[in-house]
Design a protein around this ligand. Structure first.
Ligand SMILES: NC(=O)c1ccc[n+]([C@@H]2O[C@H](COP(=O)([O-])OP(=O)(O)OC[C@H]3O[C@@H](n4cnc5c(N)ncnc54)[C@H](O)[C@@H]3O)[C@@H](O)[C@H]2O)c1
Length: 324
């Protein structure tokens, strides 16, 4: 029986993953540790806490005494780290929290768990880091090269630099101490209950509230959109079948920001007969705005037979229905 520590489990993706594990492994011990920053929301997992399917502990991944206690008392053998400062715009305004959580926090998690795992002979242990496609840095506009898991990292903003730093700490820790790890680089996630500062919920709420939609620069920067349920299914397969591997996980929609806005406006019109009458405003570009992260997902397709199940337009329509 597995004993999971899911850090950042009250965040957007972490809460979906927590729910997925609690459904897949009814007997497993599942502890969520989350600091509940502005991005954390305990309501995302309240029903799981109330029905005792999981235990929630409010705390910081930088608290080594707390991590040691949790790992020891629950004989944790699976740590999956979702905890992070995750918004690029915030990392441009203020860098320190990004280093404290995304780098120092990871170092604390690694050191504290290793100490308990070494002292207590807990078997079959694995640390999985939820990273991002942003660690590769920006793709070129002029070629179609896709980043694969063997490429060197070239992060271009504080968020991605902090996530890349964490990856280097984790692989060096694995190499030095013979510690099993996985690293997972997902593309942009979407789904219900995402923080409204993120692009898709922002577009939807602006259409509903009759506000102008704001788009950075000329709107031609692209992103690859991955449904959060598909992402969590892939993460679960990796956590339970692989060790010491890196995987890209990508969605099946690669689209420019302006085309994404137009597509969501069209779904409002076709599915809900709501016509957007205001303006799409192009605002000053994000500083150092990465053009695109074009990633290759052949590895996860080949090795885990992974396939995307979610149809983007249908899912967005469901999300809009929920907002309305
Ligand atoms: N959202 C995306 O599109 C996306 C894409 C690729 C990778 N990722 C990665 O996936 C992970 C989860 O992303 P998300 O969108 O769910 O983020 P999120 O911002 O919604 O959630 C992060 C969670 O971590 C918690 N947290 C922050 N600092 C903490 C600390 N010091 N100790 C304990 N908990 C802390 C927050 O309270 C929050 O609940 C992140 O590591 C992110 O880098 C996200």
């Amino acid at each position: 029986m597995n004993s999971y520590l899911i850090t950042g489990g009250a965040g957007f993706i972490g809460s979906y993953f927590t729910r997925y594990v609690s459904e897949k492994e009814k007997e497993a011990i599942i502890i969520v540790l989350d600091k509940i920053t502005y991005a954390g929301d305990i309501n995302r997992i309240k029903d799981l806490i109330d029905t005792k399917k999981i235990e929630f502990i409010k705390g910081d991944i930088n608290d080594s005494v707390l991590i040691e206690k949790i790992v020891k008392e629950n004989k944790i053998n699976r740590i999956i780290n979702f905890a992070a400062e995750s918004h690029v715009d915030r990392s441009i305004e203020s860098q320190r929290e990004f280093i404290e959580t995304n780098v120092m926090g990871v170092q604390t998690l690694l050191t504290a768990s290793k100490k308990i795992w070494d002292e207590n002979e807990i078997n079959d242990v694995l640390f999985t880091q939820i990273s991002t496609d942003e660690v590769y840095g920006s793709s070129n506009k002029d070629d179609n090269y896709k980043f694969n898991e063997k490429d060197l990292l070239n992060p271009m903003n504080t968020y991605s630099a902090s996530k890349a730093s964490a990856e280097h700490l984790i692989t060096s820790f694995a190499n030095t101490f013979n510690y099993d790890i996985n690293i997972i680089r997902s593309t942009n996630n979407y789904g219900m209950n995402q923080n409204p500062e993120k692009f898709i919920p922002n577009i939807i709420t602006r259409i509903i509230n009759n506000d102008n939609i704001l788009v950075y620069g000329d709107g031609k920067n692209k992103r690859c959109w991955l449904n959060v349920n598909d992402n969590c299914r892939a993460i679960y397969e990796i956590v339970n079948n692989k060790k010491n591997e890196i995987y890209n996980i990508k969605g099946n929609l690669e689209i420019s920001n302006i085309d994404l806005v137009k597509r969501i406006i069209k779904i409002f019109e076709e599915d809900f007969k709501i016509k957007y009458k205001l303006e799409i405003k192009f605002i000053e570009d994000r500083k150092g705005h990465d053009y695109f992260y074009r990633v290759d997902d052949e590895k996860i397709k080949d090795e885990l037979n992974f396939k995307i199940k979610t149809a983007f337009d249908k899912e967005i329509s469901e999300i809009i229905k929920n907002y309305l």
